[in-house]
Every structure is written in structure tokens, then in C-alpha cells.
Design a protein around this ligand. Structure first.
Ligand SMILES: [Zn+2]
Length: 380
């Protein structure tokens, strides 16, 4: 094990906290059941991992005087009520943000936190699937530039409706060659994403949404996969989604969601005339030099869970160059709690070589040419 891997495990160790270990186990089970469309139907038999998670939850509850859930459906119902930091799990905020739920109550679907936590550690597999699918796509592309075009297409097209696939349309931007490379990454719209047989999409992020009207309440409850779109964002309803296609969930979560932040970062480079090179490995990154000619690897990420982001940063890039820029949406990069949890989970070794920043601060950071180590010394 390299020193960086050892650091990652020492600093993000949910297995040492029983509530956190169970929360992560339930995240993996919820993600798995959702993909099998079992979250709504709860058809038997349940996968062995779900049954095992129920057994673990029952012993956990009995040892603490809580009434345990009686079945897997009841266990999943819990996941939309019990937050990570609540009385049941008591997960420290350095591991998982206190208000995190695994199932979104409005949608009855896994939250972003759930998909992120289901990707952490040796048993993680959601982000890992996205990385594998992108590696396969890169292998199908003849040049890195062709891969970059395909990756950008996926980022900008989480959902394809029939009109998008009509090559006869005048001035159509339909590209048959590109489509032949990416089409296997799309599926028919799964049943659990439909509301009254229609597909509802958020107008801001373009991802599946749900609007729930409850009798007697004022405003309808709203949810979209991005979870951070304004509450009054309109939605678009596709009443006949039979021929629509949707990008696989792992790619929507780990490629589409950071897409707008990546576009903002690249726009900053163009505006400031900073040259950058695309690095196809993993989910994709960029290599860029600062004013002192030092090389940085820039990864763009948009995740709800800062500690999970830090753990994945350390786990997936054991051979990183000395300095890493993690670019996150402005509201996350500026949040002191988010920064603190990210830096704690990175551990001292990695922290000295990593900077968390927002697209709007990227250029000033590169022009200042300071290393995280120097910034740390300045703060001392
Ligand atoms: Zn949205």
C-alpha cells in the first residue's frame, strides 16, 4: 500500500464508527435495489446483501434500544426519514453531512449522497461503473479528441428524445458516427423514473424531476436529480416517453452533474487564455500550468459529500502529480463546513498537495502560483 492510500484509509474510516458503517452499507443496498427497480415494488426475493443489511440493522437497533425495522421495505422507508447525523445513526459530520438522507422523500429514489456513499471504499461500485464505461468508450474512439467530443456529448445530453434523433431535420446536428459510439450508454426510461407514465425533466439541469402535490399544502414538493435547482424551476413533461433514452445513472451522477462546473472552469481558461490539456483517465481531468510553470491536475467535481469526495480523490489517483486542483461549484467551495470536512478527510499528506477551489477563483489561483504548502505556511 502506498502512503497516499494509507492516508485515505486512516482519515475516512466509517468502518470504525458503527452508525457510519451501517449508513454506508444501507447506501450500497439502496443503490442496488433502486437499480433493480425494487425500491417501489419490493418484490421478493431480496438480494442477499439487502437481507444482511436488515440483520445488521436489527442488531444495531436492539443494542441501542431502538425498535428495529421488520422487513426490507420498512428498512428502505427508514432511509427517507433517518438522517446521517440523527439520533439513530449519529454519523460524525466529518464522515457524512448531518442532514444527509439516503432516499429522497419526494421521489422515493436514492439521493446524490446515496450514490456517492455507495461508491466509497473497496465495495463501492457506482462511480466505478462510470469510470469503466468511460474507459470502454475511450477504447472505441480512434483519437483522444474523438473521445473528448463523445464525453462532452454525454455531459450535455442526459436524455435523448425522439426529436433529437431525426437526421432528416434541416440543420440537424445529429452525428451518426458519434451516436454509434455512445448509444450503448443509454437505456430506455426505467419505470421508477416515470410519474403517471410520463417523464418529467427539470428545465435547469435537464435531469429527471418529480413534482408532488399534496392535499391541503401550499406549494408542491419538488425534487430533481441535481437536488440544488431552485424550487420554482419549471419542469417539462414528456407524455409519451416510450422512445426516449436516458444516460445510465452512474454517468448522470458522476459525469453530467459536474458538467456545468466543468464548462464554467473551461470558460475561465478561454477568457484568460490559459492553455490546458485534456487527460482522459478516470472520469476525465485537465492538466494546466500555473504562473510559476508548475503542473497541476485539475479535476472537476460536484458532490454532496465532501469526505467521500476526498476519499475518492485519494483512492482513484495514487499516481497523481504533486499538485491537484479540485474544482467544485462556488457554493460548495465557499462553504467552510464543506471545506473543513474535505480537508480533514484528505489527511495531512494529501492536503499539502490539494487545493479545493471554484471556477471563478481558478484563474487567480493559477496566476498567484502558490502551492497549498505555501498557503498553509502563510496561514500559520
Ligand atoms: Zn434540476
Amino acid at each position: 500500500m502506498t502512503s497516499s492510500q494509507a492516508t485515505a484509509h486512516q482519515t475516512f474510516s466509517p468502518e470504525e464508527h458503527e452508525g457510519a458503517a451501517l449508513f454506508l452499507e444501507l447506501a450500497r443496498v439502496a443503490a442496488d435495489l433502486a437499480e433493480r427497480e425494487h425500491l417501489r415494488t419490493f418484490t421478493l426475493p431480496y438480494p442477499p446483501a439487502a437481507q444482511l443489511a436488515l440483520d445488521h440493522t436489527v442488531s444495531y437497533c436492539l443494542a441501542r434500544g431502538h425498535t428495529p425495522p421488520k422487513s426490507v421495505p420498512q428498512l428502505m422507508a427508514w432511509c427517507r426519514e433517518h438522517t446521517a447525523g440523527g439520533a439513530l445513526f449519529q454519523v460524525p459530520p466529518t464522515l457524512v453531512t448531518s442532514g444527509a438522507l439516503l432516499i429522497a422523500p419526494v421521489a422515493l429514489l436514492p439521493t446524490r449522497s446515496c450514490w456517492e456513499l455507495a461508491s466509497v471504499g473497496p465495495s463501492g461500485r457506482v462511480e466505478q461503473e462510470a469510470v469503466r464505461l468511460l474507459a470502454d468508450l475511450a477504447a472505441r474512439c480512434e483519437t483522444p479528441a474523438a473521445y473528448e467530443r463523445c464525453r462532452r456529448y454525454l455531459m450535455e445530453h442526459p436524455v435523448i428524445v425522439q426529436q433529437d434523433r431525426m437526421p432528416a431535420l434541416p440543420r440537424s446536428r445529429w452525428n451518426r458516427e458519434l451516436w454509434s459510439r455512445v448509444k450503448s450508454l443509454y437505456t430506455r426510461i426505467p419505470e421508477h423514473l416515470l410519474s403517471d407514465r410520463a417523464l418529467v425533466l427539470c428545465d435547469t439541469c435537464g435531469l429527471p424531476a418529480r413534482v408532488k402535490y399534496e392535499a391541503g399544502s401550499g406549494l408542491p414538493a419538488r425534487w430533481c436529480e441535481r437536488e440544488r435547482c431552485p424550487a420554482d424551476t419549471p419542469t417539462r413533461r414528456i407524455s409519451n416517453p416510450g422512445r426516449a433514452l436516458i444516460l445510465r445513472c452512474s454517468l448522470r451522477t458522476f459525469l453530467v452533474l459536474p458538467g456545468r462546473t466543468e464548462r464554467a472552469a473551461l470558460n475561465e481558461f478561454v477568457r484568460a487564455e490559459i492553455t490546458h490539456e485534456f487527460v482522459p483517465a478516470g472520469l476525465g481531468a485537465y492538466r494546466v500550468e500555473d504562473a510559476a510553470c508548475r503542473s497541476w491536475l485539475m479535476r472537476v467535481d460536484d458532490r454532496r459529500q465532501p469526505a467521500a469526495l476526498a476519499a475518492r480523490t485519494a483512492e482513484t489517483d495514487p499516481d497523481l502529480p504533486d499538485q491537484v486542483l479540485v474544482v467544485a461549484p462556488g457554493e460548495l467551495a465557499a462553504d467552510p463546513g464543506y471545506r473543513a470536512a474535505f480537508e480533514t478527510a484528505l489527511g495531512a499528506g494529501r492536503r499539502r498537495r490539494t487545493v479545493l477551489t471554484a471556477p471563478e477563483n481558478l484563474v487567480s489561483h493559477l496566476r498567484a502560483g502558490s502551492t497549498p504548502r505555501e498557503e498553509e505556511r502563510d496561514d500559520a
